[in-house]
Design a protein around this ligand. Sequence first.
Ligand code: PLP
Length: 505
Amino acid sequence: MRPRHTSALSRLLSAADNGVSRNLTAAIADVSAPASAPLPTTAPLESSMFKLSKLSKGRSSCIVSRSRHLPESFKSYKGRLFLYKNPAQYLGVRVSAATFSTVAPPASNSASDSAEMAQVTGQSAPKNSAWAGSAGAGGYDLRSDTMTTPTPSMLTAIQSCSLLDDVFNEDPTTIDLEAHCAALTGKEAGLFVLSGTMGNQLALRSLLTQPPHGVLCDYRSHIVKYEAGGVSSLTGATLKPVAPKNGIYLTLEDVKANAYLDDDVHTCPTRVISLENTLNGMIMPLEEVKHISAFAREHDIKLHCDGARLWEAVASGAGSLAEFASYFDTVSLCFSKGLGAPIGSILVGTKALIKHARWVRKSIGGGLRQPGLVTAPARVAIDETFGKGPNGEGGLLRETHVLAKDVAKIWTDLGGKLEYPVHTNMVWLDLDDAKCPGARLEELGKEVGLRFMGNRLVIHFQILENCHFVVPRLEAIFKTVLGEKGKNSATFEGADGEASMYGAQ
Ligand SMILES: Cc1ncc(COP(=O)(O)O)c(C=O)c1O
């Protein structure tokens, strides 16, 4: 539970030694009300907060600021009300229908060099700790949603987790998480695994039996490009990467044209179809999954979903977790990407399959002794970031999709093109069209304290919570990049060969 207003006041005051709260009254006085409803500026602190809280109830427009640094368009994000002391030293109060809380001062050892502002965390981060939620490195890092840093409420959950042995299958916190995910997805059982890669590999190892066997998937799939060749070495399967005709997601037509169904001795029969959803932030619609699933069942082919970001598809309204999962034999879902947990993923499937996957997990050193330390924050990540409803109701993901579309619009309004449509939380800038090497974008980001990787911007919830810091800087960078286009046109050369998105590390 987030602390309510009574402790909010004392926490705010206890931040006085950080120089944060001294100007609170001034900060409140500096807040401009939406034209229709002036905010109280003279009432004592707590009642001001109450009134602010009431004021925000049921409103769709909750960001209020007189800061010249906040663009008009950012007055409309739900559930947040930011109060500015001054543009450089941010002081904020989060207001929502049910709770509000003070802002923690910037974590002193935050990985971000440019922490001009503290972020709304709900609880103060302990001094000299990185447990600062959005005030930490994640709030400035658009390279991936894996850069989200765990929140203080995850730390609280860790403090009350169970610490029993999961190789012996005795740890209540872990068993609870696995059962919860099985229930959410309508599957018989779940298995906590250390990473999305481990989830995919255990699934494929468990679904495949005896070579010759092949796995059909999108040519851009994580299992093809970014799992270090694990499918071949761990399962002996041949991958059949397929380019979807529509450029977005595989269709039944693509699958039919590429699956090996006969028993010709020359071929490697398709035994598994692996579908990634979302893939590069794009959604494979439920209807298409349904068609491919019917085809797979007809031909005795197993269906795996790399659902590292299935949460995003669900939160966008594409279908519930259980609806998607009903068409697959196995689904892996990640906690440590857009949901913000520090470590881990879950694999769900039948009891028999999960029993086998547990065995394989042990064989590759993935049996865990006291995983409550990581399964407790994973549960918080589901409840708070994805949300408690079956479609991500009450969570934060949906708003990140709105912001991603806004960011894409800023780019396209300036004349930029996109490599892929924005369905969820990823914005793919067409940097080739802009004649901009990825390294230039990264350099521009570094100058203002933002981190980029290649042409992909991932708008995760900590970027959302930092949107008033990040977005004006993004806009300025976009202007620079597109302004340089003419100058670079003659000399720009695209990269040769297929490069890893991650670059050399
Ligand atoms: C779609 C997808 N699947 C699987 C993974 C693997 O997850 P992990 O990095 O936890 O191994 C990733 C990682 O980014 C991913 O994007």
